[in-house]
Design a protein around this ligand. Structure first.
Ligand SMILES: Nc1ncnc2c1ncn2[C@@H]1O[C@H](COP(=O)(O)OP(=O)(O)OP(=O)(O)O)[C@@H](O)[C@H]1O
Ligand SMILES: [Mg+2]
Length: 281
């Protein structure tokens, strides 16, 4: 995908990748929410939306250690012989034992992401942050990774990030700047509370964002939409419709990109995304 619409002007340093002829106006969208509200399936359907809108090139980032996004969009990194970012970091900074010898760390990890961590597809590219993470004071990998991801993501029009609960890891490891946060909620009181908490965390961990949107998950009843609109401080974009076809595809381990464009879940996500895109600040 990154080969599309590109010229051959090299970027700075030793990185081999090339920049877009018409610099894409990069937008980073991150989806958050409590467990099981439908975040990952929402990101998969957002992907379908941008593909249908021809708003490409697209990069998908699976930032959840459980790594479900790949399956929901038909990508198996392992099968392709590709590594997760955590695995690449381990190899780059621990196994090789080096720190700043030769190529600067950011470029070293960036080059490895392009070469060994990236699924390149016709419709979208995909990377996964992975499970194993070396905790502790490994500021170098974290800083290097952030720098590398800044460089990698520059090539895309949209970067869609699926995350587990919590935003600290996002800031520390991946990015401190996004355009839109989509908070997918379930009907529980806890989920209503979660919205305020998520917003507070986002500001406390100093994630810069332009828009904070709330989306009703597939379990969110229509009867609560008015409550959501009147009590939440943030824009409620609508709800994702519960759709048996989604369940069937997930159960069969098939890509949600195969969902028919007239399926109720997809149509609801299309409506949500149209609203988000058209009310953008
Ligand atoms: N629109 C939908 N209609 C029906 N079922 C759905 C829909 N979206 C998701 N599901 C079901 O809910 C399950 C959880 O969805 P999903 O994995 O997207 O949630 P999640 O919030 O990402 O979960 P986690 O917190 O574990 O990452 C799926 O396995 C699927 O069966
Ligand atoms: Mg998920």
């Amino acid at each position: 995908m990154r080969g599309a619409n590109l010229n051959t002007e090299p970027t700075s340093g030793l990185s081999q990748h090339i920049v877009l002829m018409e610099k894409a106006t990069l937008k980073k969208l991150v989806t958050i929410g409590r467990g099981g509200t439908g975040k990952t399936s929402f990101v998969a359907l957002q992907t379908k939306y941008f593909i249908e809108e021809r708003s490409t090139p697209l990069l998908l980032v699976d930032a959840d250690p459980d790594q479900n996004l790949g399956e929901m969009v038909g990508v198996d990194l392992k099968e392709e012989g590709k590594m997760t970012i955590s695995e690449l970091l381990m190899e780059t900074f621990l196994k090789e034992g080096g720190t700043t010898v030769g190529v600067v760390p950011t470029e070293r990890i960036e080059n490895r992401i392009w070469a060994q961590g990236m699924h390149e597809g016709d419709l979208f590219d995909f990377i996964s942050v992975g499970t194993k993470w070396v905790e502790g004071c490994y500021c170098l990998p974290n800083a290097a990774l952030k720098g590398a991801l800044e460089a990698v993501t520059k090539n895309y029009k949209y970067v869609l990030i699926d995350s587990p609960a919590g935003l600290e890891h996002l800031n520390r490891r991946i990015t401190s700047k996004v355009d839109d946060i989509f908070d997918v909620m379930d009907p529980s009181k806890k989920s209503f509370d979660h919205i305020d908490r998520a917003y507070r965390i986002a500001t406390e961990v100093k994630i810069e964002f332009k828009n904070f949107y709330v989306v009703g998950g597939f379990r969110f009843p229509e009867s609560l939409e008015d409550k959501a609109k009147s009590t939440l401080k943030f824009e409620f974009l609508g709800k994702i419709v519960r759709d048996e076809k989604v369940e069937e595809l997930v159960l069969a381990g098939e890509s949600l990109l195969n969902l028919p464009s007239d399926s109720s879940a997809y149509l609801s996500v299309e409506k949500i995304m149209n609203k988000a895109e058209h009310t953008k600040k």
